[in-house]
Design a protein around this ligand. Structure first.
Ligand code: SME
Length: 159
């Protein structure tokens, strides 16, 4: 049984604990679907104020929904479209304080107000993106970004 109860006093500790837990979860497991599924579960259970944690995979130049936690989501997203598509096209983290102000934002749930998307890259290849949504405006700050980038590095080696 995996029982990751992470209750950190500050964000730096939270992400450090999350990174350790994630490394443990994916260690020795070659199945990419299993690793994405467990990662989505771990992050959704641990991060406060999030309503979605999901993977979109790069399938021949299009983002296709992968394992996730949250409501059923949009299945296919072209590169360059919405927050995820821009993250995929630019290979840059997209940290959006107010998704309603983001040009082309794709609304899969009206409850989402802020979002962070981390491109997952290995050996120069874009594998997909990790997308986390929150009902709170401005939920993700620079510390969240640094923490999510670290999680993305671990994931890029495991998917
Ligand atoms: N909002 C994303 C689409 C995915 S949902 O958040 C589940 C976007 O604009 O790319």
């Amino acid at each position: 049984m995996y029982d990751y109860k992470i209750e950190a006093a500050d964000k730096a500790t939270l992400y450090s604990d999350l990174a350790s837990a994630l490394e443990g979860l994916v260690a020795g497991e070659p199945d990419v679907i299993a690793n994405m599924a467990n990662a989505a579960g771990l992050l959704f259970e641990t991060l406060p104020d999030v309503n979605w944690v999901e993977f979109y995979r790069n399938i021949e130049g299009e983002l296709v929904l992968g394992p996730f936690q949250g409501r059923p989501a949009c299945i296919r997203i072209p590169f360059g479209t919405g927050v995820c598509g821009v993250a995929a096209q630019t290979r840059q983290v997209q940290r959006v304080q107010d998704v309603h102000a983001f040009p082309g934002h794709i609304a899969c749930d009206s409850a989402s107000n802020s979002e962070i998307v981390v491109p997952l890259i290995r050996d120069g290849e874009l594998l997909g993106v990790l997308d986390i949504d929150s009902p709170k405006h401005g939920r993700f700050d620079a510390e969240d970004e640094a923490g999510c980038v670290r999680l993305g590095e671990i994931l890029s080696g495991a998917i």
